[in-house]
Design a protein around this ligand. Structure first.
Ligand SMILES: Cc1cc2nc3c(=O)[nH]c(=O)nc-3n(C[C@H](O)[C@H](O)[C@H](O)COP(=O)(O)O)c2cc1C
Length: 163
């Protein structure tokens, strides 16, 4: 249909990354896509914390399925500022993933189940929430999606006019 549509349709969670760092240029492009995400009332109640190197192991301790964080070249934690909303955080996360894919960087959404610990680990102020992150890296050899479960059929999820 179009290249952009293809990008959206082919976006998958990737958990195998090459060890090299994400280039400054690519990281900046990804963060710009996050920063330019539309938000409720344009409030932009978010911060994006980039974690790299040894600190990735500590961050990974804050969630239950965080191997992609351990193996990532960089993980961006989406910090919801006090009063912000999760819809905006979700939009920013998706923009991070789409922008990353557009420039050849693979990504995986991450839940930090112990978000309070994550908040302390990052030194984020009280009242902020640090539940979600996106792990990033150049795709490794096993970068095809590990647990691709397909999707529910359209008949099961699309309704018209009324539920
Ligand atoms: C809100 C959210 C949280 C997620 N948390 C994790 C996580 O902690 N660890 C992980 O490996 N994948 C996580 N994922 C990735 C999902 O498992 C993935 O989106 C789903 O399996 C569909 O994958 P696919 O797009 O490759 O088909 C998360 C996804 C979302 C949307």
């Amino acid at each position: 249909m179009s290249e952009s549509y293809d990008l959206i349709m082919k976006l998958r969670a990737i958990r195998d990354f090459r060890p090299e760092p994400v280039s400054e240029e690519h990281l900046e492009a990804i963060l710009e896509a996050a920063r330019w995400t539309g938000s409720s009332k344009n409030r932009q109640d978010w911060s994006f914390v980039v974690v790299t190197g040894d600190r990735l192991q500590g961050l990974a301790e804050c969630g239950d399925f965080t191997d992609p964080v351990r193996h990532s070249a960089a993980t961006i934690v989406l910090v919801k500022e006090e009063g912000g909303n999760m819809f905006d955080i979700g939009r920013a996360a998706q923009n991070i993933m789409l922008a990353a894919k557009a420039i050849g960087v693979a990504s995986c959404p991450i839940t930090l189940h112990r978000s309070g610990e994550a908040r302390e680990f990052l030194g984020a102020p009280e009242g902020t929430e640090t539940r979600y992150a996106v792990a990033l890296g150049y795709p490794g050899d096993a970068a095809s999606p590990r647990r691709f479960g397909g999707r529910k059929p359209a008949e099961a999820v699309v309704r018209h006019q009324r539920y």
